[in-house]
Design a protein around this ligand. Structure first.
Ligand SMILES: [Zn+2]
Length: 286
């Protein structure tokens, strides 16, 4: 189920279903009601029992749907790293505080207000987002009767990112280790993220499903990994944010549609500023 990134709205991450002999495994649950409805539709078409949700990381565009799906599918077990524990008292708590202050200014349009209030409602039930099974190391799981390699990268895009490799189909589900039109570096340790991309590259996958954007081939992933390294290197150097962003857009031209390139460039400029402000030092702590 492809995630959305509509103008004026927060994103939904991609969701992926693995059908097994004993049910269905779902990777990531999106943010908005429409995305959860698309997941429910896909589950209904497969007529399979939802037995496991794997969250690649705690960002709200990947876990918010857990609440509705857990209510609708009693007995489903959630698998994730424990990085959400730190986020609930750190990044998410800080975001909720500033969101409430922003709403109080009353300069907020109805659409934006609904977006923010939706996230706040999710945050208020944050402890319900925690996993039933904590993924504390890379390991193989048998879920719904399927063998899946579940890899833990920490720190990467968050303090604990999970990505999956399915040997039967040679598919990698990368979560936000691969995001387009730009890497979402808000809570990232770029160096750890690069190590994680090296681990993905060492896997014999044929198709990679990113956290945001269209599925890609190995060639596409190689282009992304090279672009990512170039971008992090540029941000660590002295070139202007615009120059780094232009290079990012050029290096990912085969992966981003021309329509998405301006948004990718804008985000890349923003993330150069974030990295130069010292965010990596804050998040490069395992
Ligand atoms: Zn995401």
């Amino acid at each position: 189920m492809p995630g959305s990134f509509a103008p004026g709205h927060q994103p939904d991450g991609n969701s992926v279903i693995f059908q097994g002999p004993n049910g269905v495994v779902l990777v990531d649950t999106g943010r908005h009601k429409d995305h959860v409805a698309a997941i429910e539709q896909a589950l209904a078409e497969r007529n399979g029992r939802l037995v496991a949700i794997v969250n690649t990381h705690w960002h709200l565009d990947h876990v918010s749907g857990n609440l509705a799906l857990k209510a609708a599918h009693p007995g489903v077990r959630v698998y994730a790293s424990n990085a959400i524990d730190g986020a609930l008292t750190g990044f998410l708590a800080d975001s909720a505080k500033s969101a409430r202050a922003y709403l109080a200014t009353e300069k907020v349009g109805p659409d934006q207000r609904a977006e923010i209030e939706g996230d706040l409602a999710t945050f208020d039930r944050g402890t319900e987002l925690k996993p039933d099974v904590v993924i504390g190391r890379s390991q193989e799981f048998r879920l719904a009767g399927r063998r899946l390699r579940v890899e833990l990268a920490r720190p990467a895009a968050t303090a604990g990112d999970v990505w999956l490799y399915d040997p039967a189909t040679r598919v990698v589900v990368a979560g936000d280790l691969v995001t387009l039109p730009a890497p979402f570096l808000d809570t990232a340790c770029p160096e750890g993220w690069q190590h994680a991309l090296d681990s993905v590259a060492a896997t014999p996958f044929v198709t990679l499903i990113p956290g945001h954007g269209a599925p890609m081939t190995r060639g596409g992933f190689d282009a992304y990994r090279t672009a990512f390294a170039g971008f992090v290197g540029c941000a660590a150097g002295k070139d202007s944010p615009e120059t780094c962003a232009d290079r990012w857009v050029a290096a990912t031209a085969s992966l981003i549609t021309p329509a998405d390139a301006p948004a990718g460039r804008r985000m890349a400029i923003y993330y150069v500023g974030l990295l130069r402000g010292g965010s990596a030092a804050r998040y490069c702590v395992a």
